[in-house]
Design a protein around this ligand. Structure first.
Ligand code: GAL
Length: 676
């Protein structure tokens, strides 16, 4: 049961963004790159990102000779190429001649030429130019032996408010709502006299116009996401029609809030993403590792397939307030973390530091000194050597029994809502709190969407702050529990429907009141520094912060009650048996310790544990991949100290072939890759 991104290349990919177009006047540098690529155990170059002006220096005048040579040289040196379409940055001639390709901001101002990621995704001229250059690239290199993948554009994102986009938005709304009357109802437009007579009266949200109609704002974000996906599809089709067997990706950005990545994943073959955690080499690194792990899981779970770590830095970045170096051992650990979560690559931004402009001090495999005698080059080489021993892991998948539910539009709706803690509802912190509990236990999880995943693949679903619940999702959750699943939800569940209209008739709405056997009457937002206490049945007292809902049991068993304030004695934590399954409701936010214990208890109850049988400690975790027969466990230590543990299983260390059982030591910042 292996799932290869490219069945013609069954090795870990190790390489990164390569910009020979910046060095065409330095041929000696380009030939040195090939020597260094081999030396560093890199086997891939991601070529052509932002190379449009080198490929088409003037409109209609193309120059591929330099790229022909680079492709051939990489091939001769034993490397492969993930070839980028150049649409992440456009040439100056295009902006000068076709002004419509430039974006317009939400105040109606058109940008000047400059920067990157700055083009209108709706513009027919931009689309035409992109298609032309993409097809030329595909035609030219379709049979090139080095080509193993396509990399569409770069980090799609951003918004354009030009007239073309406005018109497209109105068309999108018309298609969604059918009539203006329906739209008025769904956006609750009688409020502040906002009733529209026609779609042509509607503008995107703007500080100059409307910025508080939730239905409008949510639909605009959905439109931007779908319009971007439509552009991605346009690029996809342009290369796929010529190279049907070459897998296509776009490099994504974890929890980036500008797009719903579930729209994008529908129009690419495989996921790749760019990860820049802030490793600092203190205890704080454990939090960094947990957040980075959660992002890997989110990205992998988009289609539950292996993915590529398309960009990471081998040392430091240049855009954080403090650009600290990765400490010894951390590069190996952070690279293998991606593999542990399902990546079949470790790739870098960037291969070689540019000589000038904004990224000249960004970390790279090859520094300005230009040789292999650097600490970073050696770190990269060590990663390459290790990845070469992991062929059997390539194509293995991650198949958890536990899921955390996350949807972009749910977060958008929560973030834009009035009330609660106005400026930060804490959905990201809540997700981290939940995720960290699984991570600390070494339990694999998927991060799933309401529409995109089959709930029956999981024994238990945790859906914290699931504010937006459509009737369809309500039904889906209901049957999940009815059929024996365990569902865990929290404060702010089922308050609104998919158009951000409040559910009437008592929360949690969309049929979930019956599933949880509770009614949520009110929600109390505590001031910073304030807390309440919650008493569990066994007498344990835990702290409640931020949110306390005033819920009533309507058949649910009460597992904990509030211990103070005017709602003392009301339920704070309940469980309801529903059909064959159970539904837990947590009415309050805690500082993390209750969440951790509750998750441990529920995982024990449903019989889900780590694939590693030994003890873990703070900062040490385990993640697994499988080919259906063998299980590969990555044991990762994010602390500087060696850790002694014990296993009752007979394992084989994948990269050394040695067997391992009983007591053993995992070194500080070390990773062991074990097979059972
Ligand atoms: C990424 C981008 C790269 C490079 C990198 C620097 O977001 O895709 O082109 O700029 O950041 O960290």
């Amino acid at each position: 049961m292996k799932d290869y991104i490219n069945p013609d290349f069954k090795h870990m990919v190790h390489g990164g963004d390569y910009n020979p177009d910046q060095w065409l006047d330095y041929p000696e540098v380009l030939s040195e790159d090939m020597r260094l690529m081999k030396l560093s155990h890199c086997n891939e170059m991601t070529l052509g990102i932002f190379a449009w002006s080198a490929l088409e220096p003037e409109e209609g005048k193309f120059n591929f000779e330099w790229m022909d040579k680079v492709m051939d040289d990489i091939h001769k040196a034993g490397g492969k190429v993930v070839l980028a379409t150049p649409s992440g940055a456009k040439p100056a001639w295009m902006a000068q001649k076709y002004v419509e390709t430039l974006r317009v901001n939400d105040r109606g101002e058109r940008y000047w030429y400059g920067e990157r990621h700055n083009h209108c995704y709706t513009s027919p001229i931009y689309r035409e130019k992109v298609k032309l250059i993409n097809q030329k690239l595909a035609e030219r290199y379709k049979d090139h032996p080095a080509l193993i993948g396509w990399h569409l554009s770069n980090e799609y994102g951003g918004e354009c408010y030009c007239d073309l986009c406005k018109e497209a938005f109105r068309g999108w709304l018309k298609k969604k709502y059918g009539s203006i009357k329906n739209l008025n109802g769904q956006w609750w437009n009688a409020f502040w006299s906002h009733t529209f007579n026609g779609f042509d009266q509607i503008n995107p949200p703007s500080p100059l116009g409307e910025n508080h109609v939730h239905g409008l704002k949510l639909d605009w974000k959905r439109f931007v996401s779908e319009q971007t996906a439509d552009f991605v599809k346009h690029e996809y089709d342009s290369v796929k029609s010529i190279t049907p067997n070459i897998p296509v990706t776009a490099n994504l950005m974890g929890f980036y809030q500008g797009l719903n990545y579930r729209d994008i994943v529908k129009v690419i073959d495989y996921v790749s993403w760019d990860n820049y955690p802030n490793w600092v080499n203190t205890d704080h690194d454990i939090n960094v590792a947990q957040y980075s792990a959660m992002c890997h899981d989110l990205m992998r779970s988009l289609n539950c397939r292996p993915f590529y770590l398309m960009e990471s830095t081998p040392s430091h970045v240049n855009w954080k307030p403090y650009n600290k170096l990765k400490r010894p051992k951390v590069h190996m650990l952070s690279s293998l973390q991606a593999v542990a979560h399902g990546s079949d690559s470790v790739q870098y931004f960037q291969w070689r530091k540019s000589r000038g402009s904004f990224e000249k001090f960004h970390g790279a495999v090859v520094d300005h000194v230009g040789n292999e005698h650097t600490r970073v080059f050696k770190d990269v080489t060590a990663v390459g050597e290790r990845l070469e021993k992991l062929d059997e892991v390539v194509g293995t998948v991650v198949r958890p029994k536990v899921a955390l539910m996350y949807d972009w539009d749910n977060q958008w709706a929560i973030d834009m809502a009035g009330g609660f803690q106005l400026n930060d509802k804490k959905i990201s912190q809540t997700n981290c709190q939940y995720y960290n509990a699984f991570w600390s236990k070494g339990v694999d999880i998927d991060i799933i969407g309401a529409d995109s995943h089959d709930f029956n693949d999981y024994k238990v679903i945790f859906a914290p702050m699931r504010y937006m619940v459509s009737d369809a999702l309500g039904e889906k959750l209901k049957s999940f529990v009815k059929n024996g699943g365990t569902l865990v939800c929290t404060y702010m569940t089922g308050m609104v429907n998919e158009n951000d209209l409040c559910h009437l008739g008592g929360w949690p709405g969309a049929g979930l009141r019956e599933v949880f056997g509770i009614w949520n009457e009110e929600i109390d937002t505590l001031n910073p520094g304030e807390s309440n206490t919650v008493k569990l049945k066994d007498g344990t007292v835990v702290k409640a912060v931020d949110y306390c809902e005033l819920i009533h049991s309507e058949g649910a068993e009460v597992l904990a009650e509030y211990d103070s304030d005017f709602y003392k004695g009301m339920p704070a934590y309940t469980v309801n048996r529903y059909g064959e399954g159970k539904a837990y409701y947590i009415a309050f936010r805690d500082d993390g310790s209750f969440t951790k214990q509750m998750i441990n208890d529920i995982l024990d109850e449903v019989g889900v544990s780590s694939e590693f049988d030994g003890a873990l400690k703070k900062g040490v975790t385990a993640h697994s991949r499988t080919d259906g027969e063998n299980t590969y466990v990555f044991l990762e230590n994010y602390t500087p100290d060696d850790f002694e543990t014990e296993t009752g299983i007979l394992w084989t260390e994948v990269d050394t072939g040695k067997t391992l059982t009983g007591k053993f030591t995992l070194s500080g910042y070390g990773t062991l890759i074990l097979k059972k």
